[in-house]
Structures are given as C-alpha cells and as structure tokens.
Design a protein around this ligand. Structure first.
Ligand SMILES: Nc1nc2c(ncn2[C@@H]2O[C@H](COP(=O)(O)OP(=O)(O)OP(=O)(O)O)[C@@H](O)[C@H]2O)c(=O)[nH]1
Ligand SMILES: [Mg+2]
Length: 192
C-alpha cells in the first residue's frame, strides 16, 4: 500500500474519531444557561427549571461530535465550582441576560475574572451569547461588545458574540455551529 493511501486512511480515521469535547457553560445566575443547554439537547424551550445547584452534566451529539456540556450554577456561592471544570475544557459558552441591563457591569466583571484573565482558558474559544433576545429590552451583539469592552479585552482571543433566545431558539443553532467549527479547526491544528 502506498504512503498516500496509508496516510489518507490514517487521516480519515483521525477525522472520524476523537470528536469529543467538553464545553463549559458559564454566566450569572438566571442568565439562561440551563434553559439554553436544554434547548440544545432537546430543541425545545423548557419553562419549569429551577436555579441550578452544583452543575448539570449532559452529553449531546452535534455534527458527529460527542459533546459533554457542563452547565454550572451561576449563583455566587457556587462559582467556586467553575474552577474545578476549567482543566481539559475545549470551549466556553458565556451566557448573558441581554435584557438585564442592571446586572451588565456584574456580568462584565465575572467575564473578566473567569474568562479573559484566566490563564487556563487562554487558548480556549469563547462563545458569548446575548440571550433573551425575545425581550424588547435586550441589547444586541454589536452594542454588547462595546458595553462589555470585548473588542479590547478579547482582542487576542478566539471569540464570537451571538444574539440568541433560549425561549424561541432564535440564533441558538448558528451560535453552536460556530463553536463546533472552532472545535473542528482546533482538531485540525492538533493533527498537523
Ligand atoms: N424571555 C426569556 N427568558 C429566558 C430565556 N432563557 C432563559 N429564560 C428564563 O430565565 C430564567 C432563568 O433561566 P435558567 O436557565 O434557569 O438560568 P441559569 O443561568 O441556568 O441560572 P442558574 O442555574 O441560577 O445559574 C428562567 O425563568 C428561564 O425561563 C430567554 O431566552 N428568554
Ligand atoms: Mg441553571
């Protein structure tokens, strides 16, 4: 068998396997992390959720990827748990309640401490979601980038900000597809 066919068999095998990722879902309490995770898992809005205590761990399959989602409680007394999940994490989703203008400064501080200034997550792609776009007060991505200073803080990072609604599903698939595309690119980089 020629070198090329051996190589392409090896490449195909690599591409088919090792499509496993661990995605951490962070954000302030009530931002919509669990609602979003449920939407990604089931394609439906689930209304009867209670605030998370600890973390919810699920596995989903998306475009051939086995993705473990770790949706961690956002309440302040549980945020110490976030640290436990950083090692080995392939990507982070940071969920914002885009309609809660009063808590935007708090969200920006938490984002800074746990994401921008976190050396463990330095090379990890970050998907920032401006959730609750179904609400009239919701701030959209371009304004959110300015308000949270993301254009400055994140300039050395792989990140994107998407508008979405975990209630209607608006923007969820597009945003998630961006993240999975980043996983694909990281995988290719690791193979080279
Ligand atoms: N209108 C609207 N409400 C939403 C949306 N996403 C979540 N919610 C509501 O926001 C509230 C909080 O949602 P959760 O998913 O429990 O929030 P969480 O971020 O998991 O909160 P913690 O578990 O406490 O960290 C619930 O009442 C949800 O129904 C959305 O896109 N639009
Ligand atoms: Mg929750």
């Amino acid at each position: 068998m020629s070198f090329m066919s051996n190589f392409s068999r090896w490449l195909m095998k690599k591409l088919k396997t090792e499509k496993r990722a661990k995605i951490l879902i962070l954000g302030l309490d009530a931002a919509g992390k669990t609602t979003l995770t449920k939407f990604i898992n089931t394609g439906q809005f689930q209304a009867d959720l209670t605030p998370t205590i600890g973390q919810n761990i699920d596995t989903i399959n998306f475009e051939g990827w086995d993705i473990t989602t770790i949706d961690v409680a956002g309440q302040e007394q549980f945020r110490f748990l976030w640290d436990i999940h950083y090692p080995g994490c392939s990507a982070v989703i940071f969920v914002l309640d885009a309609a809660d203008i009063e808590r935007l400064a708090e969200a920006r501080d938490i984002l800074r401490v746990h994401l921008f200034n976190n050396p463990i997550l330095e090379n990890v792609p970050a998907l920032i979601l401006a959730n609750k776009q179904d609400l009239p007060a919701a701030i959209q991505a371009p304004m959110m980038i300015q308000l949270l200073n993301l254009h400055l803080d994140m300039r050395d990072r792989t990140f994107a900000v998407f508008d979405c609604s975990a209630l209607t599903g608006f923007g969820v698939v597009e945003a998630f597809a961006w993240l999975v595309n980043q996983l694909e690119m990281d995988k290719m980089d690791r193979m080279l």
